[in-house]
Design a binder for this molecule. Structure first.
Ligand SMILES: NC(=O)c1ccc[n+]([C@@H]2O[C@H](COP(=O)([O-])OP(=O)(O)OC[C@H]3O[C@@H](n4cnc5c(N)ncnc54)[C@H](OP(=O)(O)O)[C@@H]3O)[C@@H](O)[C@H]2O)c1
Length: 386
């Protein structure tokens, strides 16, 4: 039995991971975590017989009556998930927390020497060099859960890293593919959340609509696979059937294809290095018909290029980019910032961001805090005109 500690168990990736685990005979859950969705967390804990949980939101944690759940060991607060990582013995940690909040748990997994299935791409965007350095020092495997990176992980292993000339990750283009900036000026939160091919949490859905998600994935690929930024290309592929490609030194192009169902990369990461059968709909290529590929529209969707620019400046800039984006996405979801304001706000913060590497977690927190304050200040000015 492989013991899995599942962080962010109440989210889109978390609940899909629990479906994969329920269908498997060799995986068991030893800990769960959420931010404030305590009702679902308690349901998950009792149905799985899990006694270790973490609740980030203190007020939500206080609503759990210890007399009703005497067997439950609850950790609460912003650092609760990382404490769970340090205190509960596991064979694999799946980090499916969204945003910067997932970084401390990623670093705790590295320090404990535990294999990490990483959905929380923001860990690599905020502190990629630090995470990768610690993983190497401790000999920890990071198995990506993002579908494109899971695909690259498999393609690069199959062809040998020395044979890889460049990689391409695909993007569906999101709900606004083909629109002009003028057409996007008044789009609503509901329109931005209506992703055409993937069903996901709110933050990544908005990131997909701005194409910032693909920008974050470029940075993620840079750190995971040690590729330079000019070796990482992006192509729009509306069908989401091809997840990623590698171009080899002899000109051959290998593609990874499959249905757009996150249970496939989640299952791969949970069972790695084994492969387990999965009950998911099969890909019927004939009914897909034609596969299309287009260049991204960097004029209407500047976020992806901002991420690449940040990547070239180093970890301080990517950390600032991430913080500004989290502030901007929250403001958009709350109706305080127009859709096009997201990239504008990120660009403004990035323009003032320090450049260079980040050596410690404390330095990462400092840059994140600086960028959040800056973004909130700029956002307040922009909100007045909404
Ligand atoms: N969804 C996808 O298909 C997909 C695909 C590829 C990569 N990813 C990546 O996977 C990660 C999770 O995405 P998601 O779509 O599953 O997000 P989600 O549905 O919003 O779920 C996020 C999870 O993190 C918890 N959480 C939120 N804020 C937290 C905090 N401050 N501290 C601790 N826990 C917190 C949430 O708890 P509550 O439920 O209590 O809020 C929930 O369990 C993201 O980094 C995303 O980029 C997702």
């Amino acid at each position: 039995m492989r013991r899995v500690l599942l962080l962010g168990s109440t989210g889109s990736i978390g609940t899909q991971a629990l479906r994969v685990i329920a269908a498997s005979s060799d995986l068991t859950v030893v800990g769960l975590s959420c931010d404030r969705n305590v009702g679902l967390l308690l349901e998950q804990a009792s149905s799985l017989g899990v006694s270790h949980v973490a609740i980030a939101d203190e007020a939500a944690a206080r609503t759990v009556s210890s007399s009703l759940y005497p067997e439950l060991r609850i950790r609460s607060g912003a650092e609760a998930a990382a404490r769970l990582v340090r205190e509960v013995e596991a064979d694999l940690i799946l980090n499916a927390i969204v945003g910067f909040a997932g970084l401390e748990s990623t670093l705790a997994a590295m320090d404990g020497g535990c294999a990490l299935a990483l959905a929380n791409k923001e860990s690599l965007v905020c502190a990629g060099s630090l995470v990768v350095r610690r993983a190497r020092r401790k000999g920890v495997d990071i198995i990506p859960v993002d579908s494109e990176h899971s695909a690259l992980f498999q393609l690069i292993a199959a062809s040998g890293p020395e044979s890889v000339q460049s990689v391409t990750i695909t993007a569906s283009g999101g709900p606004f593919r083909g629109k002009t900036a003028a057409e996007l000026s008044g789009v609503t939160r509901e329109e931005a959340l209506a992703h055409p091919t993937w069903s996901m949490g709110e933050k990544i859905s908005v990131d997909s609509a701005t194409l910032m998600n693909k920008g974050l994935e470029i940075i993620e690929a840079h750190h995971l696979f040690g590729l330079s930024y000019d070796q990482i290309e992006v192509v729009i592929h509306p069908q989401s059937v091809v997840h990623a490609l590698v171009k080899l030194v002899d000109g051959a192009l290998l593609a990874h294809m499959g249905v757009a169902d996150m249970r496939v990369p989640i299952g791969f990461a949970l069972h790695y290095p084994e492969r387990a059968p999965m009950s998911i709909p099969e890909l019927d290529l004939a009914s897909v018909g034609a596969l299309g590929f287009e260049r991204p529209d960097g004029v209407t969707f500047p976020a992806m290029d901002l991420a690449r620019e940040a990547g070239l400046k180093g970890d301080k800039a990517t950390c600032s980019l991430n913080a500004a984006n989290e502030v901007a996405v929250n403001a958009f979801l709350a109706g305080r910032l127009p859709f096009l304001g997201i990239a504008e706000l990120v660009g403004a913060v990035l323009g003032e961001s320090p450049a260079g590497d980040l050596g410690t977690y404390e330095e990462v927190v400092d840059v994140d805090t600086w960028a959040r304050h800056k973004a909130q200040k700029i956002c307040a000015g922009m909100s007045e005109s909404v």
